[in-house]
Design a protein around this ligand. Structure first.
Ligand SMILES: C[S@@+](CC[C@H](N)C(=O)[O-])C[C@H]1O[C@@H](n2cnc3c(N)ncnc32)[C@H](O)[C@@H]1O
Length: 285
């Protein structure tokens, strides 16, 4: 039996009886700006015994974790590979089994492309008490950063969040005809590698090549960059601009509003980005 005393003086033990002693908070850390954390997220972080965090959690958010709280980085292992999901699930169960108050901190919202659902199922199956504290997902953060609404009565009657890649790089076998809807804003997460293919497919299924596209990298962080483009050009523009992860794409008429939102100085497309990125691109070659 594993027994431990946590930093707040509580004692816990793993085993058939002790597994219920701990608690796991699945917490959304938001897009990066620590001011975008919820008050509840901050409270549980401050009361935690251990914080298990991902690569997408910004260093500014991690600075809010008290110095005496143990941190476990599951974004990267020694070989620079992320810790496998099953291992993270087991880690959360065993930390809670030791009676610890665990904060599982994830970028954005834990239930939007965050595998929070898989962790929730693992915790529930193991009988571990947990709750979910939502975070601002990057679609909301990017829209707000560019002052572009995701819906608009005249331009978009709905919004759809889409993953831009499949498990183990399988083919993108989406319902392209359904996705190519000019009245729905399409937000693509994890789409940097496949954005050319996504754009080509959407155009082939009826979206206008002139449909506005907004790409934002590192939204709400000091390194944030925005690129305005069109569906017909976005693949080439992304390459030219050397956009880096994490990048999110907002596709649809609402993205065209960026020019009227008073952030024109950062919304003049690839030309400005090229200036900013010239050094970085040359260095990377
Ligand atoms: C694994 S998903 C996690 C999404 C996260 N759970 C959320 O709700 O935002 C990673 C993707 O989220 C997007 N993303 C996360 N943080 C971002 C940021 N600060 N700026 C732009 N995109 C971001 C990117 O599309 C990235 O590839």
């Amino acid at each position: 039996m594993l027994t431990s005393t946590n930093s707040k003086g509580r004692q816990g033990q793993s085993g058939a009886q002790g597994v219920h002693d701990g608690f796991v908070h699945l917490v959304g850390a938001g897009p990066g700006d620590p001011d975008l954390l919820t008050v509840k997220a901050l409270r549980v972080i401050e009361a935690a015994d251990v914080v298990v965090y991902d690569r997408l959690v910004s260093s500014a958010v991690m600075e809010l974790v008290p110095a005496n709280v143990r941190r476990i980085d599951v974004g990267k292992s020694a070989g620079h590979h992320p810790v496998p999901q099953e291992q993270i699930n087991s880690l959360l169960v065993s930390l809670a089994g030791c009676g610890l108050r665990v904060v599982r901190l994830k970028g954005g919202d834990p239930f939007v492309f965050g595998r929070g659902g898989e962790e929730a199922i693992a915790l529930a199956s193991a009988g571990v008490a947990f709750d979910v504290i939502p975070g601002i997902t990057s679609a909301q953060a990017c829209a707000a950063a560019a002052k572009v609404p995701l819906t608009h009565r005249d331009l978009a009657t709905g919004v759809r969040f889409l993953t831009g890649h499949r498990r183990q790089d399988e083919v993108l076998d989406f319902d392209w005809a359904g996705l190519a809807d000019s009245e729905t804003t399409l937000v693509v997460y994890m789409g940097l590698t496949n954005i050319s293919e996504i754009a080509i497919r959407l155009i082939a299924h009826g979206l206008d090549a002139a449909t506005p596209v907004l790409a934002i990298s590192g939204a709400t962080r000091p390194e944030e960059v925005r690129l305005t483009s069109t569906l017909g050009r976005i693949g080439a523009d992304c390459q030219t601009a050397c956009l880096a992860a994490p990048t999110l794409f907002v596709i649809g008429a609402v993205a065209g509003l960026v020019a009227s939102m008073g952030c024109a100085e950062r919304a003049d497309g690839v030309a400005r980005l090229l200036e900013e990125r010239e050094t970085a691109c040359v260095a990377a070659e």
